[in-house]
Write a protein that binds this ligand. Structure first.
Ligand code: BG6
Length: 489
């Protein structure tokens, strides 16, 4: 492999994402010996910092994931010695020439490869890519660029962005990151389905009644209102994170585990999706209140959010895949901020057993007692299956129990952060977990008409109290599609 030297330049090095996710992920990879022998990390941003100042800034967010691991502080020091800083404007080629000089000085091994991580707003992607490709791309090795969403706001702007990037980069140099694809349980989805006989044959309309994909945060947009207000929850979470999970969940069996085979199948699912109807969508926005002596803000209390904003902080949509496998199965996709809990999960409700012998033990509603498979993506990663079981003892009473796989109990090793897996894949040139441009197009094609309709008609979100279960409308939507409420097993 020509992985012998890699320089990783984090453009936008002083931003939140860089500090909280990218540098810590790089350090974790270094700690675990996953980085190539010759690597350097460069921070690039506008502010004037010395290498030492950058190192101080980075060191504040480095952790060893588990405290008291061996040599943690030595390893941190060694890692920081590989970090350097270059200040410059995002649109000045001469500043990228300076970066190129600095990169060259540090590239000691053979075949220097260069990875750029654009941790900056998307309106400056093209400037950076132009300057970097003209002045700082690797002369003999590969040059790759990781870009973070938002990739545009709708079909048109996304296509424009792709076309502009492609003036300077080939598609195989662009790594569009969706960090949900790097999460352990999302990656496990295919393993669970395709390597278990008890699941694989059941994965269709014949046995599955509905699927829920849920993203819930128990905090608002505090501190990010400016960004959030021009995107809203549909663009921030649904169009990417949840839709990607849906595509992985519902795709046909790929020819192989190769990136292109998997992404071919994902695109097919996305392109088979039915246009979204406004009637099948509920939007909400959180409002403040006081509870137990504590007061919770409204979304519009944020000074960077206009006081009359109708940007949704919650959305639920019933989606359908019009193909032979999923015909008529509702996929209820829900995402919200400032709700009652923090978590992301996939819930699969199965149909009832035809002619169930124990029908009378369940009372009148058989549907209330069907199996449910829950994949808890985070926190407390777990997979559990709700089954019906006889309560031990004389007589015949049934109840619902869980077959339970709790990661913390079963696996002692800690779960790597999504960014670690994705950075490692980008360095290795593995594209399986990155979004191809046709996938992106298909995702926007699905949401653009809905977003346009919501915006043109100024459809106001339903208000829901901060920390609640979200708008009541979402519960009606679930009921309309026959989605059973959660029952604690
Ligand atoms: C980001 C969104 O992509 O994902 C944020 O922009 C959201 O709004 C975040 O908070 C959630 O990521 P995670 O990994 O903390 O669930």
């Amino acid at each position: 492999q020509n992985m012998t030297t890699v320089s990783i330049t984090v453009v936008g090095a002083s931003g939140d994402l860089a500090k909280k996710k990218i540098f810590p992920a790089l350090f974790a990879l270094y700690y675990e010996d996953f980085l190539p022998e010759h690597f350097t990390v460069f921070g690039y941003a506008r502010s004037e910092l010395t290498n030492e100042e950058l190192r101080n800034m980075i060191s504040k967010t480095l952790t060893c994931r588990i405290d008291k691991r061996e040599n943690c502080s030595d390893k941190m020091e060694q890692f920081l010695q590989r970090c350097f800083y270059c200040s410059g404007q995002y649109d000045l080629e001469e500043d990228f020439k300076k970066l190129d000089e600095k990169l060259k000085q540090k590239e000691t091994g053979r075949f220097p490869n260069r990875l750029f991580y654009l941790s900056i707003p998307s309106n400056i992607f093209v400037d950076v890519v132009r300057c970097a490709s003209h002045c700082a791309s690797s002369p003999i090795g590969w040059t790759r660029v990781i870009v973070e969403k938002p990739f545009g706001r709708d079909s048109e702007s996304s296509r424009e962005l792709t076309a502009s990037l492609k003036q300077y980069l080939a598609e195989d140099q662009i790594f569009r990151i969706d960090h949900y694809l790097g999460k352990e349980l999302v990656e496990n989805l295919s393993v669970l389905r395709f390597s278990n006989l008890v699941f694989e044959p059941l994965w269709s309309r014949q046995y599955i009644r509905n699927v829920q994909l849920i993203f819930s945060e128990d905090f608002g947009t505090e501190g990010r209102g400016g960004y959030f207000d021009s995107y809203g929850i549909i663009r921030d979470i649904m169009q990417n994170h949840l839709l990607q999970i849906l595509a992985l969940f519902a795709m046909e069996t790929p020819v192989s585990l190769d990136a292109e085979d998997i992404r071919n199948e994902k695109v097919k699912v996305l392109r088979s999706m039915r246009a979204l109807e406004v009637d099948d969508v509920v939007i909400g926005q959180y409002k403040g209140h006081s509870k137990g002596g504590k007061s919770y803000p409204s979304y519009t209390d944020d000074p960077t959010v206009p006081s009359n904003s109708i940007t949704p902080t919650f959305a639920a949509a019933a989606m359908f895949i019009d193909n032979a496998r999923w015909d008529g199965v509702p996929f209820l996709v829900k995402a919200g901020k400032a709700l009652h809990y923090k978590g992301a999960e996939i819930r699969v409700q199965f149909r009832h057993v035809p002619g169930n012998l124990y029908r009378r033990n369940f009372g009148t509603d058989l549907d209330k007692n069907t199996n449910e498979l829950v994949i808890r993506v985070q926190p407390n990663e777990a997979i559990y299956l709700k089954i019906n079981n006889k309560v031990p003892g004389l007589g015949m009473r049934l109840d619902r129990s869980n077959l339970n796989l709790l990661y913390a109990a079963k696996y002692q090793s800690e779960i790597p952060d999504a960014y670690e897996r994705l950075l490692l894949d980008a360095i290795a040139g593995e594209r399986r977990l990155f979004i191809r441009s046709d996938e992106l197009d298909a995702a926007w094609a699905l949401f653009t008409p809905l977003l346009r309709e919501l915006e043109e008609k100024h459809i106001a979100p339903e208000l829901y109290p901060y920390g609640s279960r979200g708008p009541v409308g979402a519960h009606y939507l679930a009921a309309k599609h026959n989605v059973r409420k959660y029952t604690k097993a």
